[in-house]
Design a protein around this ligand. Sequence first.
Ligand SMILES: CC(C)(COP(=O)(O)OP(=O)(O)OC[C@H]1O[C@@H](n2cnc3c(N)ncnc32)[C@H](O)[C@@H]1OP(=O)(O)O)[C@@H](O)C(=O)NCCC(=O)NCCS
Length: 242
Amino acid sequence: MNLATKHMYLYGAGGHSKVITEILNSLGTTVIGMFDDSPPMARFKVMEIRDGIRLLGEGFPPLDAPLIITVGNNARRAELASLIGATYGTAIHGTAIVSDQVTIDVGTVVLHAAIIQAGTKIGAHVLINTAASIDHDNTIGDYAHISPHATLCGHVQVGEGTHIGAGAVVIPSIRIGRWCTIGAGAVVIKDIPDFATAVGNPARIIKFRKDLDFVDFPTEPASRNGEVSSNLLNSIVTTPQL
Ligand SMILES: CC(C)(COP(=O)(O)OP(=O)(O)OC[C@H]1O[C@@H](n2cnc3c(N)ncnc32)[C@H](O)[C@@H]1OP(=O)(O)O)[C@@H](O)C(=O)NCCC(=O)NCCS
């Protein structure tokens, strides 16, 4: 499932890139360049992004190896993926157990000891973190993040950009919408609508996010089974993802 390549570039030079670099090294792949456009990372090459078009910065030749976006924030990863025109690689640690009947799209990384069972489909630029357990026939949207030790039982659907917190448990056949946040340790026993943050056992919705520039937010939040009260409409704003 790993793209067999000797070399890889990374976009994002923070903590997550250290983890991915180690995985790649263990697979015999060398990171030959890192890009980062945030000021604290000024020592790294900057890939310029202008007018919605990715460039490898003036003076940079076209990339001669695949790239992985090693940015932990799902929304930022999505934004970068929409701007950067590169061939994307994947990184799957050797200790991860991934069924042959799993599909994994480009840019996705699977960290140490994660387990992904048959029939699961994983989108692009997804982060499957350490020891996450993803059972059979799940569907995980692009840019999602399944945190360490989270457990998704069978037939769970996780929408684009959704973050499942560390140690959360999602029971079988639950649908979690797009750009949701599920708190660390939550136990999700009911479907969760788009943009919701849910915490606790059983998980309850505490707010809806509205901080994504590239999303057309509905004027009314989705509600299922009447469980979302209208005063949640005006709550929130920024949901930290890490
Ligand atoms: C869910 C989460 C995003 C909420 O963060 P936040 O928006 O800053 O929310 P707050 O900390 O203001 O908490 C809001 C309320 O939810 C409660 N809450 C927050 N996180 C909770 C959790 N994981 N479980 C239970 N309750 C939680 C708070 O106690 C607070 O309750 P109160 O209003 O009664 O005081 C965050 O707490 C969380 O769990 N993040 C997941 C982190 C993670 O797993 N990272 C993995 C990195 S690899």
